[in-house]
Design a protein around this ligand. Sequence first.
Ligand code: GZL
Length: 331
Amino acid sequence: MSKNRLGLLLLAGCLFLLAGCTPSGKKKTEEAADSGNRLLLGFAQIGSESSWRIGNTRSVQEAAGRHGIQLMMSDANQKQENEIRAIRQFIAYQVDVIAFVPIVEEGWENVLYEARNAGIPVILSDRQISDKIDENLYTTYVGADFYAEGQKAGEFLRKKAENSEKETFRIVELLGTPGSTPALQRKQGFHDVIEGDSRFEILESVSGDFLRSKGKESMEMLLEKWGDRIDVLYSHNDGMTLGAIDAIEKAGLRPGKDIVIITVDGEQAAVDLLKEGKINCVVECTPMLGDLIMDLTKKLAAGEEVPRVIHPDETMFTEYDDLSELPPRGY
Ligand code: GZL
């Protein structure tokens, strides 16, 4: 075959793909649904910043295998621009469905318009985008109710106060990634529960970016600044809490006793420390979203209606609970 002819064929193939059609002229989605071919899901993951995130990635990979869905997964290494690039690659490849974890809530309009123009449905996984963005640019959100998680943390602290002779509780807070849904809503939910209650005073809230290393650094700074005036640590994820506990013990203080510790995620390491009395409350946030995402992928590829929001069931583990029968956490 002459070089010119080969070039023309390749160009035609690219044009078909870009037009969102395979040579048969049908949308890949219709073709996949009709012929029973494996659906192709593009999943843009944000990184591996915590055991929670690693568990979330594993959940998606294992569920894709169980559901017979072909998975293209990218790792953004905590950078939004990498996520956006990956979503553009999924669009060019004409995947059947796109799912992604918005690392922060802002900055997604353009790439989501491109996905809609390509006729590819989008699932928000784990975190949400800003409500200032056209809500028609994605089909559904599957993930936690972070505001409720913050409320649970606040309600535990109120119960702790009712069971204590202390009159006042001075609180420091480790925040998750600035501008991310869990950081914004875990903070709001907690503050709304304790607001107006004179027993509680927030000394300072600082970011640990959901990282163990930054959780330790931030807690060292807070201990340096506030010392033994700190009565409570509210930390937005277990990874930062583990780092903070290192700092607390290095300062000669007893986590769970000198400083009440409330944490979110429910990793095995945090539950183990709860059983040891070094943590007082673990609010669960499950990373096991894989099966929910695959169910949604199949429904969207088949053109079925899906709920706008799906929250997995979540609970809380505290020092008042009998944890002897608690099964392994799996992350
Ligand atoms: C919450 C998730 C958060 C976890 C952190 O759903 O987005 O990101 O709480 C993780 O552990 O880094």
